[in-house]
Design a protein. Sequence first.
Length: 702
Amino acid sequence: MTTAYWVVIACGGLAILYGLYASRSVLAASAGNEKMQEIAGAIQEGAAAYLNRQYMTIGAVGVVVGLIIWALLGVFPAVGFVIGAVLSGLAGYIGMYISVRANVRTADAARTGGLQPALTVAFKSGAVTGMLVVGLGLLGVTGYYLLLREMYNPAEAAGLRHILEALVALGFGASLISIFARLGGGIFTKGADVGADVVGKIEAGIPEDDPRNAAVIADNVGDNVGDCAGMAADLFETYAVTIVATMLVGAVFFTGPMQEKMLLLPLLICAVCIIGSVFGTFFVRLGSSNNVMGALYKGFIASALASAILIAGTVYVIFGSFSAEIAMTDGSIQARHLVYCGIVGLVVTGLIIWITEYYTGTQYRPVKSVAKASETGHATNVIQGLAVSMEATALPVIVISAGILVAYFSAGLYGIAIAATSMLALAGMVVALDAYGPVTDNAGGIAEMADLPEEVRNYTDALDAVGNTTKAVTKGYAIGSAALAALVLFAAFTEDMKYYVPEVASEVTFSLQDPYVVIGLFIGGMLPYLFGSLSMMAVGRCAAAVVVEVRRQFKEIPGIMEGTTRPEYGRAVDLLTKAAIREMIVPSLLPVLAPIVVYVVINYIGGQAAALTTLGALMLGTIVTGLFVALSMTAGGGAWDNAKKYIEDGHHGGKGSDAHAASVTGDTVGDPYKDTAGPAVNPMIKIVNIVSILLLAVIGGA
């Protein structure tokens, strides 16, 4: 087993080394002319200022939460919490650092070399973030697990529980940072985007990314702090939490020497899939058709195929053959069943990516239907966009349901956990596709503001249109994998009750005739809607403040519209920084406090069994409605955005037409859907589940 752990650590190191290689390659590229560098410098300064202030705020909250965990659960869970929080923040910060330097290099590569060099720079910068997420996540979980094994004896039930508690706390640390980063970054970016669009494109009639708009730098800053730093922290916590959840389930359903193998298996799957992801990055090349999405898909498909082979090889090596019998606490399975579950995870990932592209790609019916509806006005655009957003939930849910069934019939709940692990094991490649998006978006803005030739903007627009789809694809992937991970956490919760509160565990059932189950489902189902409402209202307030500021500058600073005076970009950035950090606090604490409050209230009313029943039902309700809310918002927002771009490409009257004006309204409505509320539901779901599991540990130790 010692060799296997070294393999895991070596693969985590490989991800970090690839990230260093890719970052050196990106930073070695030309940063363009003086004007391009000046614009990029303003974006870099704004992004760094925002993240520094945000992390100081998060750090203050984290210290308080860490001390509470220390007081309730002890030093090792508190240390785990800190490790998860620091690594999650680090992945986002470094990714953002590279992203805000790759944007100008992508624009210059398009100016000097064309589409392929620009694609190479943008994708490599995304790969830095992707590989850091999986590398830091795997090394963090594995390293702390090995340290805890030295502190406690995993062969003893109590020792194993202490280890798992500390790892769950690590996941909680990552989740807490993630929801702050995701939500704060989303509020910032969409406050800037919506405010810039309302005053610039709608009121003043000036183009997107026009340097006369005071919010345009803030908009470009927001792309990085939301879609790069926020998504990196988001996928880091999903990755870490899924590994820990699978280890939890392995500890429940296996005993003896087999238990250690099942605790090791998710670590090894993630390790070998890093090799597959690095392998896939070398396949991202344009063909003769210059199909950017096709080039990115070649990389993903190569990663998935290589990972499938490596997962099968890993299972064979660990168990000696595919037909080896594996004893469980309630039966047995064969090693080949675990391979099936791994492949299920990869297939579900591929299908969700394809479905999301269908609903957000400019070449398919949904986006074209939203663009067509724009011909008859703003209202019909919004109606059609809402209809597409609701329709877009059906196929992913069917795919996820089918995946759950196949995995469950193959290897029970542990099979579902392995499928979820395999989905997240491809996070390195999928995050690379996502982080590519804000880089290309910024590159287009820099090309516009630096007055580069129209051909350059055509190249960056081609990359950016695909970037909108890849960002939507990644969000669909994140929420799909989060649903599976949360289901695994729920299974761990129900089993943990037998250990922590055996005296009442037999009384806890989830019958729909039990009013406490119905109450829990209602409250849990309500949480994603309330969370989404708070998030979108926060964007609205920030956007309104930006609108007031940009209008003031247009009115009070002479020469802005003539292009002879530079707007006060820093005022808009600073305004949004303060507002986003203030607005992110209450929504982010909702999923932390809700399970605690529900447990305390119901425990007072009906006793501990009733409280645990309500808490478990709350977890399920949050998973179900959270999945639908997040899928609907992310796909619908992506469809609205690309419908606008489809019209701007010359369809339905093109730029300046009535249809274009309607599509701008739809895009503005969809912005907080796809980049703030929808994506932040992902960490919200898992925080509800993780807090519930930690609450069990507190109750059991009381």
